[in-house]
Design a protein around this ligand. Structure first.
Ligand SMILES: Cc1cc2nc3c(=O)[nH]c(=O)nc-3n(C[C@H](O)[C@H](O)[C@H](O)COP(=O)(O)OP(=O)(O)OC[C@H]3O[C@@H](n4cnc5c(N)ncnc54)[C@H](O)[C@@H]3O)c2cc1C
Length: 325
């Protein structure tokens, strides 16, 4: 009978995203059997230490060619070929761009149900998983149960705690079966669009600007605030559409879904499509000169005022606070 949880994730030079540690913690909390971690590419085995710190019982590294470059069809075929041997009851992915691309392909190959972008997972009395996930642009939270033998879920970053639980993992040696027609589309080059800047979906603090910023050069005010706070910078969609910032900044229903501890919405009205991307934020701080702006309905803290006066003052205060601590 199927048992255990298979956690599938990407890694870069042996580094894993924080969400992977969160997912390992979720996987253990389900108590459905061994937690197996599977990752790909050069340096995959360098993740062994962190995987053992966060409770992986078994690990599987595919480091060799052709796993050094991402291919959604190739990776999905390879994983599907070893699932019968691993026989997991549950398969988990990060709800990152990578996980969102790969998980539906695998679900289709395994004929398994998939619930995406889940906030939390728990088991019911029959040891089936109940997932909580947002629906209708975050307006409701739904509880979802999957009825196929294999249950698949992707987990939103920064929602669950990452709790260490040291283990001594068994390193599995299970080669995948790949046909000649696997690896049709392969990533051949990666370009860092925001080099040196934190990835929005991983950031703990985000400073985000909207059309109230008025002109692209005024984004420097947000860069300064972000630097003082150690935050990442994001934006509403029209600002990215107009080319004031790269599209990688765009947050919302059609952009990135973020879940920081603190989200600063600056000169952003709070349209439903923007809120869909920020509802996982723990605290929302709104700065807007219109007291009726919808963003104030969801904000935990609000400043009604002209951002061109408020943001530089805030930056100054934060710098001063940091200097005294
Ligand atoms: C299908 C669809 C998908 C969409 N997806 C997204 C999405 O993913 N993300 C997204 O963001 N939008 C999305 N949109 C667009 C969305 O509907 C809104 O148009 C957009 O979010 C508004 O952006 P904004 O708040 O920056 O601009 P505006 O609505 O123009 O708001 C600007 C705000 O700045 C304030 N302001 C102006 N001057 C100042 C000042 N000096 N000081 C302080 N405040 C000031 C104003 O009071 C106002 O509240 C989508 C729309 C559609 C139809």
């Amino acid at each position: 009978m199927s048992s255990g949880v298979l956690v599938i994730f990407d890694q870069n030079q042996g580094q894993v995203r924080h969400v992977i540690l969160e997912i390992l913690t979720v996987a253990r909390s389900l108590a459905l059997g061994p937690v197996t971690a599977l990752t790909f590419g050069t340096d995959a085995s360098k993740t062994l230490d962190i995987l053992s710190e966060y409770g992986a019982d078994r690990v599987l590294f595919w480091e060799q060619e052709p796993f050094t470059q991402y291919s959604s069809d190739g990776f999905a075929d390879a994983i599907a070929s070893v699932v019968p041997e691993l026989d997991p009851a549950v398969i988990l992915f990060p709800a990152s761009a990578w996980g969102k691309d790969l998980s539906p392909r695998l679900a289709e190959l395994l004929n398994a149900g998939l619930a995406t972008d889940c906030l939390s997972l728990r088991t019911n009395e029959d040891n089936r998983v109940i997932a909580t996930r947002p629906m209708y642009a975050g307006k409701v939270l739904a509880e979802v149960q999957i009825d196929t033998p294999i249950q698949m879920f992707s987990i939103r970053p920064n929602i669950n705690a990452a709790v260490p639980s040291p283990t001594t993992p068994v390193v599995l040696d299970i080669p995948p079966v790949i046909s000649e027609t696997s690896f049709k589309a392969v990533v051949t080059e990666r370009k860092e669009v925001q080099s040196g800047v934190q990835e929005l979906t991983e950031a703990d603090i985000i400073v985000s600007g909207g059309r109230g910023i008025k002109a692209p050069e005024n984004f420097k005010l947000l860069d300064q605030l972000a630097e003082a706070l150690g935050a990442a910078v994001g934006s509403s969609r029209p600002v990215a559409d107009d080319g004031w910032v790269p599209h990688s900044y765009h947050i919302g229903q059609t952009g990135k879904v973020v879940s920081p501890t603190v989200y600063f919405a600056i000169g952003i009205s709070g349209a439903i499509q923007h809120l869909a991307g920020i509802s996982g934020s723990k605290y929302i701080v709104a700065i807007n000169n219109d007291p009726e702006a919808p963003i104030f309905k969801v904000a935990n803290y609000g400043i009604v005022g002209d951002l061109f006066q408020v943001v530089p003052r805030l930056t100054e205060e934060i710098r001063a606070l940091k200097a005294t601590n």
